[in-house]
Design a protein around this ligand. Sequence first.
Ligand SMILES: Nc1ncnc2c1ncn2[C@@H]1O[C@H](COP(=O)(O)OP(=O)(O)OP(=O)(O)O)[C@@H](O)[C@H]1O
Ligand SMILES: [Mg+2]
Length: 351
Amino acid sequence: MSEVILKNLTKKYGTNTVVDNINLKAENGKLVSILGPSGCGKTTTLRMIAGFEKPDSGEIFFDGRTVGTLPINKRNIGMVFQSYALFPHMTVEQNVSYGLEQRKVAPEQIKIWVNEALSLVHMEEYAKRKPKQLSGGQQQRVALARALVINPDVLLLDECLSALDKKLRVEMQVELRKILENTGVTTFFVTHDQEEAMTLSDIIVVMNNGKIEQCGTPFDIYERPATRFTAGFLGKANFFEGKVISSENNLVTINTKTGNITIPALNAKIDENILYIVRPEKIRFVSEGGIKGKIEHVTYSGNISLCSVNCGSQTIICEIQNTISGERAKKGDNVFIDWDCSESVKILGGD
Ligand SMILES: Nc1ncnc2c1ncn2[C@@H]1O[C@H](COP(=O)(O)OP(=O)(O)OP(=O)(O)O)[C@@H](O)[C@H]1O
Ligand SMILES: [Mg+2]
C-alpha cells in the first residue's frame, strides 16, 4: 500500500556495477514484474528495496519518504526470496505466525490471521508439519503465507512460484492476483516465466546488465518493444535491419547485411539506419504479392505451426494458425508472406 520510487539506484560489488543507475516507479497497489537474464541485477534490486543491501548511490522512497536509514524491520515488507528459507525447527504454523509475534499481535488474532494466510495458499492441512516434511512447492507456499500474513505495504517476490508444477502455478497466479487486488499491496515480482509476467503484471520492467531496457505495460513491452533486447527477450521476433533504400506505398526496402528485402512498414526515410521488428504471429500467407519464399522447416504445435521461410536475403519466422480443413504448410512449399505495415515496429539506428 505504498508507492515505491527508485531514483538513480546503483549497486557495485567491487568494480562490478550490478545495478546501474535505475529509475523506477511502482504505483500504489500495482504489480511490477522484473524480467531479465540471470545475473542482470533483479535480486540485488529487491534486496536494496528490502534493506538487505545498501545502495552505493541513489535513493528509495516509500510514499514520498526516503527509506535510506530505515532498518529492514521498519519497512513493513513481505518477502519471498529465491532461497525461501523457512525456519527448519518450526512448524508451518509457527513459521507463519513468527512475524506477527515479533509485532506483538494478540495470540487470538494471530491464530485467525495465520489460518487465513494458510488457507489462501491451500496449506491449512499442513499447519503442524516441519518444512523438511514438505515438498519444494509446499514450502514455497508457506513462504508466501509468511510474507502475506503481516499485511505488508510492499511485497517482494523473487521467483516465488518457480517450484510449483504448471497446474498449481497457474492456480497460484490467479490466487496471487486476487490476494493482491484484495490487499492492495504494491508488489515487485521477479520471474523467468514470460507468460507469468504477461498475465500477472500491471507493469513489466525488462533489465539487462544492471540497466532498465524498457518499462511498460505487458502490451507495450510485447507490441512496442523499444530495443532489440526487449523484443528478443520476450517472445519471438523477426529483425529487419539496415539502411533504407526506398520507401513508398507502405513498402520499405532495406539494405541488410545479407541483401535487400522489401517489407510492409511505415515511416521510413531514405538513407536512415533502422531496425524493424515483426512478431511471427502478425505474418500471414497470401496467394500472391508480398514476400516470396520457400518453407524450410515447420514445427507443428497444435494450435499453430511455426514456419521458417527462406526469403533469399533472410529467413522469416511465421506463426500460422492451424485449422482442421485448411491445407497444412509443409517443407518445400513456395509461399508469399505478408503482414500489415502497422505491425512493423520501428527502432531508429538499430537499437
Ligand atoms: N554478494 C555479492 N558479491 C559479489 N557479487 C554479487 C553478490 N551478489 C550478487 N552478485 C553479482 O551481482 C550480479 C547480479 O546478481 P543478482 O543476484 O541480482 O542477479 P539476478 O538478476 O537475480 O539473477 P538470477 O536470475 O540468476 O537470480 C551477478 O553477476 C552476481 O554474480
Ligand atoms: Mg535472482
